[in-house]
Design a binder for this molecule. Structure first.
Ligand code: XMP
Length: 426
């Protein structure tokens, strides 16, 4: 194994992720584990050079004080109290924290600053091979950043022992299913099963939550059907990343929301999981994808909701409006890229409401749909501001959409920040 590691044990602090990032910023790989990890489990982890105990002032969860076991306190590894339990107070100021961490990691711990993507990838390949042996792995490959990076890593580690299943539910953006096939089947020579399930996803339901449920449920059924057709699968690959774990709740932190990675895979697909990205933050996942040779537009793509264009084709999904939203979105993305807004604006897309208004087409009155453009910036998606898109560009995009997308006669620009609007329209 190429990387040294600092273990952070979760004693209920909200700062675990921050300390993990601070350690990595000093060039040393770090992992966060539950407080009740046993010494044997610690010893099974590769190259651990030190343990940080981080529990906030009281180490109290749900009114109960928690601590790590005596055997951890008494083990040979250096232990740092990064809270107020130890003898020395843990510094609040960033520079002082950095110095204290650095002293511990490189002095007490004797770690080397050898955390980088190449070493991470090399170590993960070794760990994946150890875990999987000569068995087979199945992966639902949506084409999103996380599942694409896992796929690329697994292909590198175990090649044809991996089978990827890409379910085209018809709710992806223009060109995305084709790119998945091009990159993974043709360029990386992976086993890729492509399932065209478009017809199954056109549910006539208008309620947004129902739509999400149906889309998620149908995805699971299609994936399951494919999984049962295959023989000898022992593992399921998953693009779980560290923020998913935090949001799903840990032993000390309650869940923010249930974690619906890759559409929430069925529990009765009772395979052991392979989750090589589960300790990475999003920017690190992108760096990993880049180091594995994935194209920029896959690695740096803007966030895209799991139910895809389904939640942008407002109300009951119909094939014609779905095509109109896909085509108008493609024009918007093309124009943003041409005008230097790609990578600058956090999220931008179009949505189509289920209403028509009268307009003029070829000299005659015609009832057609409006397209809504949304372009927002945010740090955490909890609040968002609207991008100040140049008016001339909006006019140009309006002209293109109303002349190139069948059935659309108006374009509206959504000026609403979040709150009061949400980013998506449903
Ligand atoms: P809202 O609309 O709640 O969106 O302001 C915040 C962020 O979450 C994305 N989003 C979803 N992502 N499944 C997802 O995976 C969903 O059902 C979903 N709904 C919204 C949205 O695109 C934005 O980035």
């Amino acid at each position: 194994m190429k990387q040294d590691m600092i273990l952070i044990l979760d004693l209920g602090s909200k700062e675990n992720a921050k300390i993990a990032r601070e350690v990595r910023a000093l060039g040393v790989y770090s992992e966060i584990h539950p407080h009740d990890i046993t010494l044997a489990e610690v010893q099974a982890l590769p190259n651990v050079k030190g343990i940080i105990l981080n529990g906030g002032p009281n180490r109290v969860v749900d009114g109960v004080e928690i601590d790590v076991s005596k055997e951890i306190y008494n083990c040979e590894l250096p232990v740092l109290m990064a809270d107020h339990k130890g003898d020395a107070p843990w510094p609040e100021d960033d520079e002082a924290r950095k110095q204290a961490l650095s002293n511990f990691i490189f002095g007490g711990g004797g770690a080397e600053a050898n955390w980088n993507m190449d070493n991470f990838i090399a170590d993960q390949i070794e760990l994946i091979r150890r875990q999987v042996g000569d068995k087979k792995v199945l992966l639902a490959l949506s084409g999103g950043v996380d599942s694409s990076v896992v796929a690329a890593l697994l292909i590198k580690a175990i090649g044809k022992q991996l089978t990827c299943v890409h379910v085209n539910h018809g709710l992806l953006r223009k060109g995305e299913p084709e790119q998945v096939i091009q990159v993974f089947r043709h360029e990386m020579d992976a086993n890729l099963i492509y399932v065209d399930a478009v017809d199954r996803f056109l549910a006539g339901v208008a309620d947004p939550e129902q739509k999400r449920k149906i889309i998620g449920g149908e995805f699971i059924r299609v994936f399951e059907e494919e999984a049962w057709k295959l023989e000898g699968i022992s593992f399921l690959g998953q693009g779980t990343i560290y923020p998913d774990i935090i949001e799903s709740g840990t032993k000390t932190v309650k869940a923010v929301k249930s974690h619906h990675n890759v559409g929430g895979l069925p529990e009765d697909l009772d395979f052991e999981l392979v989750e090589p990205l589960k300790m990475l933050f999003k920017d690190e996942v992108r760096a990993c994808g880049k180091a594995l040779g994935l194209p920029d537009n896959m690695v740096y793509r803007q966030p895209f909701p799991g139910p895809g264009l389904g939640v942008r084709c407002l109300g009951a999904i119909t094939r014609d409006r779905l095509e109109a939203v896909r085509e108008s979105d493609a024009i918007l993305r093309e124009e943003f890229a041409k005008n230097g807004l790609e990578g600058k604006v956090w999220q931008y897309f179009t949505a189509i409401p289920d209403i028509k208004s009268v307009g003029v087409r070829d000299g005659k009155r015609a009832d057609e749909w409006p397209v809504i453009i949304r372009a927002v910036n945010t740090v955490d998606a909890m609040t968002a501001t609207v991008e100040d898109v140049p008016f001339a560009l909006l006019q140009h995009i309006t002209h293109r959409i109303t002349h190139e997308v069948p059935g659309v006669n108006r374009v509206l620009y959504d000026l609403t920040p979040k709150p009061t609007g949400t980013i998506e329209w449903e």
